[in-house]
Write a protein that binds this ligand. Structure first.
Ligand SMILES: Nc1nc2c(ncn2[C@@H]2O[C@H](COP(=O)(O)OP(=O)(O)O)[C@@H](O)[C@H]2O)c(=O)[nH]1
Ligand SMILES: [Mg+2]
Length: 215
């Protein structure tokens, strides 16, 4: 499978992330966020869905996401900058769907994420990551509803596509697409990706750059 950048847009996007990509800060509350001077693309998903791996693949940095986020910072917004001068920011949102998270942690998460989604004028797009093997869970549906309500457009990204057969992947993608149709802020196109094997990464990177930089 040739998974490298091919179209002009994919090549330009790859070139952009081959320049400056830097971890900026972890924000436990909105007041710690940087000034909203450039567009932001947020990543959301259940814990372990492959968010850090996708962030690494999109930025072509092996360790940027994991290395910069210490275990204690999993409930914070982690901000990465792309470009010199900064063209846009990637915002790694805290993962959701912990089986036994205490209510106080869930409430803190909701409060942080909801206020970010509603109150961040530069938020251009969100990626909602969903494990290819599991499809949509109720916690994903709740996230999608929050995004619908905040009127933040989002792309659904199936992760770890290398872990299941092509036929099962196609079935999941179809089911997810059917559900996405009922969500006003969801894009109709479902992205099939593997951070491990590279499937769909170049195309998603180009889409993200376009989302961030197209006026
Ligand atoms: N096979 C495969 N494993 C993946 C892929 N993406 C992530 N993983 C694995 O899934 C686990 C969770 O990934 P991570 O990126 O840390 O998830 P996060 O908790 O959402 O940030 C790790 O063991 C990764 O190596 C992928 O595309 N393919
Ligand atoms: Mg992570």
């Amino acid at each position: 499978m040739d998974t490298g950048p091919q179209t002009q847009e994919e090549i330009a996007a790859a070139r952009m992330v081959s320049g400056r990509v830097e971890f900026l800060l972890s924000a436990p509350q909105l007041k710690f966020l940087p000034e909203p001077t450039v567009p932001e693309i947020a990543l959301a998903g259940r814990s372990n869905v492959g968010k850090s791996s996708l962030l690494n693949a999109l930025t072509m940095r092996k360790g940027i996401a994991r290395a910069s986020v210490t275990p204690g910072r999993t409930q914070e917004l982690n901000i990465f900058e792309v470009g010199a001068p900064t063209q846009f920011r990637l915002v790694d949102m805290p993962g959701y769907g912990f089986a036994k998270a205490p209510k106080s942690v869930v409430e803190k998460w909701q409060n942080l994420v909801r206020t970010y989604l509603r109150g961040r004028p530069v938020l251009a797009r969100t990626l909602v990551l969903v494990d290819s093997r599991h499809g949509l869970k109720d916690t994903d549906r709740a996230m999608m509803k929050m995004l619908d309500e905040a009127a933040v457009g989002y792309r659904i990204v199936l992760t770890k596509s290398d872990k299941i057969k092509a036929s099962a992947l196609a079935q999941t993608a179809e089911a997810v697409a059917a559900e996405a149709k009922k969500h006003p802020a969801a894009f109709p196109e479902i992205h099939l990706t593997s951070a491990e094997k590279g499937q769909g990464i170049a195309a998603l990177r180009a889409a993200v750059v376009a989302d961030a930089l197209t006026p």
